[in-house]
Design a protein around this ligand. Structure first.
Ligand SMILES: [Zn+2]
Length: 124
């Protein structure tokens, strides 16, 4: 028979193995923390897509970043894929921001506006 201490240790153990979520303590299958984090990110957006060129600490032409797109992560990746193809370059999605390699601000602005987004060119 196990002591209360052992039982508590067992709970922590199962949490570490991903059976329950450490944040909400729900079973992993019922955990909605990731969805809630995404909802929170989407709720902060103002409906304006911001395109920015970033060169600091990067080689060559840097990257064009696209922030503020109100899409869940999976759809954001689909959009990024289409934009990369449109520009004929590479890129990535990082924390809700699409990065496209090189300076493609005008192309991306036109493409996103054609898709119905309100777009602003921000920064340098
Ligand atoms: Zn959770």
């Amino acid at each position: 028979m196990s002591s209360l201490q052992d039982q508590l240790r067992g709970l922590v153990y199962s949490t570490e193995h991903g059976e329950t979520c450490p944040d909400c303590r729900q079973p992993a299958a019922q955990c909605q923390c990731a969805e809630q984090a995404e909802q929170a990110r989407l709720a902060e957006l103002d409906g304006i897509v911001r395109i920015r060129r970033e060169t600091s600490g990067r080689k060559g032409k840097g990257v064009t970043t696209i922030g503020g797109v109100a899409l869940p992560e999976t759809e954001l990746k689909t959009l990024a894929k289409a934009l990369k193809k449109r520009c004929g370059t590479g890129g990535a999605v990082k924390e809700g921001v699409i990065e496209i390699q090189g300076d493609h601000r005008e192309t991306l602005k036109a493409e996103l506006e054609a898709r119905g987004y309100t777009v602003k060119l921000a920064g340098g």
